[in-house]
Design a protein around this ligand. Structure first.
Ligand SMILES: NC(=O)c1ccc[n+]([C@@H]2O[C@H](COP(=O)([O-])OP(=O)(O)OC[C@H]3O[C@@H](n4cnc5c(N)ncnc54)[C@H](O)[C@@H]3O)[C@@H](O)[C@H]2O)c1
Ligand SMILES: [Zn+2]
Ligand SMILES: [Zn+2]
Length: 338
């Protein structure tokens, strides 16, 4: 069957690999229909993801249909439209024992530590599947949006909160949509006006371009000088990691999603003075998948603005190269597999 394989840093190839088949009686064979790409895939392509070894089939944002009946699982009928959780947790580590498998110490994600779904058929455990009548394009957006939903759960976001979201890229947009869906007043922050326009469509009541506006002043204006109740960082830069603690309200919450690529120094006095809750947020739980499906079914996300490129599988190597060259020109890229 056809597959896109990352052969080496900067080298993606459309090639053929052995056909997938069910490995255990708990698995369902799926026909892959669409695959979304995100920053993780770009990093893998560049050879900068330490968790990825070559060759590797990428693909963890998946819309598929059931290809074949597994008689042990008659609930999954051929043709049913699904998306799935690409994570596999160990069941033994401290996070797993606390029922937080999203933060598993030994997590394995499809397309990262093991081969992913940018191919024609995959076999996955039945308990990872989610069913919906959303379009395939919407189904393919579920996984990337779950990361944002999970972050709002970590930040205990409610309708009475003002939530500032730093970064309106793929991950930040999911945060904005989730917080707005929960009724919060959302402030999107980015350097790029096009990203901010999409952020507004995803539910941000306010948009701040921190390249051209004074972030602190604008946040004070919007929050009557109290600062946002919750700041969610979805960039991973030194400045925004620090700004989150500087700008959050006293007794507020800071949630970090971004992976900072360098060490960050803090004036830790603020942690104490503000009695701030500082939370990490990683991946997502099954309930986040259900919440996102619910949100998409309510048409509360600007799908057509977020997905900027849809190309056939043959074009995947070329678009990876173009994306690598000029990352800011692309929103969500989707590959039409079949
Ligand atoms: N915790 C998790 O589970 C998880 C999952 C996926 C991604 N991530 C991390 O989340 C972060 C965001 O990922 P993404 O895919 O959305 O990236 P992205 O590149 O699509 O989006 C980043 C956005 O931040 C904006 N930006 C950059 N620097 C800025 C600054 N100084 N001030 C304001 N805006 C700025 C960019 O214009 C862009 O819109 C990355 O660090 C990624 O590694 C974490
Ligand atoms: Zn992704
Ligand atoms: Zn574990």
């Amino acid at each position: 069957m056809k597959a896109v394989v990352l052969e080496a840093p900067g080298q993606a190839l459309l090639t053929s690999i052995p056909e997938a088949r069910i490995g255990s009686e708990d698995e369902i064979l799926l026909q892959v229909r669409k695959i979304g790409l995100c920053g993780t895939d770009l990093n893998s392509y560049r050879g900068r993801n330490p968790l990825v070894s070559f060759p590797r089939v990428p693909g963890h944002e998946i819309a598929a249909t059931v290809a074949e009946l597994n008689p042990k699982h008659p609930e999954w009928q051929p043709g049913m439209q699904v998306t799935l959780s690409p994570y596999k947790n160990c069941g033994e580590c401290a996070a797993c024992r606390r029922n937080r498998p999203n933060a598993c110490q030994f997590n394995q994600t499809l397309g990262v530590q093991r081969d992913g779904a940018l191919t024609e058929l995959i076999a996955v455990p039945a308990n990872k599947l989610f069913l919906s009548n959303l379009s395939l394009k919407e189904m393919c957006l579920v996984e990337p949006l779950t990361v944002g939903f999970h972050a709002t759960a970590r930040g205990r976001v409610t309708a009475s909160d003002t939530v500032a979201v730093f970064g309106c890229g793929g991950v930040g947009l999911g945060v904005i949509a989730a917080a707005a869906f929960k009724g919060a007043t959302v402030i999107g922050v980015d350097l790029d006006d096009a990203k901010l326009a999409t952020a507004r469509k995803a539910g941000a009541a306010h948009a701040i371009n921190s390249a051209t506006e004074d972030l602190h002043e604008r946040l004070e204006q919007i929050t009557d000088a109290r600062g946002p109740d919750v700041v969610i960082e979805a960039i991973g830069s030194r400045q925004t990691f620090r700004a989150a603690v500087d700008e959050v309200a006293f007794a507020g919450r800071v949630v970090y999603i971004g992976y900072a690529k360098e060490e960050v120094a803090f004036d830790t006095k603020l942690f104490v003075q503000k009695e701030v809750d500082i939370l990490g947020s990683r991946n997502a739980l099954p309930e986040d998948f259900l919440s996102v499906i619910h949100m998409l079914e309510a048409h509360r996300f600007p799908v057509d603005d977020a997905v900027t490129h849809m190309v056939p599988m043959e074009e995947a190597p070329r678009i990876l190269e173009a994306w690598n060259h000029e990352p800011t020109r692309f929103g969500k890229i989707m590959i039409d597999v079949s």
